[in-house]
Design a protein around this ligand. Sequence first.
Ligand code: ZN
Length: 286
Amino acid sequence: MSPPTRERPRASRDRRPSLREPTITVESALLTALIVACGALGLAVGSFLNVVIYRVPLKRSVVSPGSACPSCETPIAGRDNIPVVSWLLLKGRCRTCGAPISLRYPLVELATGALFVATAARFGLHWDLPAFLAFFSGLLALAIIDVELLILPKAIVYWTLLLVGAFLVLAAVMTPDWRALLIGAACAVGWWALFFLLNWIAPRALGFGDVRLALVLGLALGWLGIWYLLVGFIAANLIGLVVSIVLIATHRMKRSQQIPYGVFLAAGAGFAIFAGHLLVPSIQKL
Ligand SMILES: [Zn+2]
């Protein structure tokens, strides 16, 4: 065995500025501020998503009347409507009647906040950030409703499509990157057609709600690049397969039982956006 070679003393020309030196640039300060602001926005949006998740399947307005306790119907005061904090202060009970308030409310708020933080960190100060914040908000609400009721309400799918579309048009105008928007629009139509066909072949495996959702997935993932759409689809099916096998093996699901496919489509889309560019470096947006 050869003796360990000693590292040669570094040549003086190698003394470039060390990466370890603390460098607080304007950019990193801005990015930190953006991430914190998005986290706070996410908590507030999560609070609204709770209303959407509860009311839309009941075909009730998400705007009026204001939030009220489902047990005693007392309107919820502003001080009791602060995301997460109010639930903790009230120890998960209604101030008036003491009825328990589901843990789901603060959890949805926290999940939305976390998603917004991750999305802000992923996209940074870019014009397409609002589109993806809207995208994940819609997907989160849809996924929770799909788990509970096995439906993807039309209203939420189309509102998400409208918001994502409007924000991507804004991003295309400002960047200006019309090519990405064009690919996104083409992917939306193509993905819808593919899902329409899959629904026609196997309507029990893939409902028409998933066909509508394909428009949103195609548009948002197509904006990033067609590879993101494919990675999202493959990831959705792998996640769905693994979860189904585990649930069937542990007797928590019957083989014939319908699965909330929308949840897996949402999870796959999240995987593609947050990990797709790491998985296949060549699919990074150019
Ligand atoms: Zn009450």
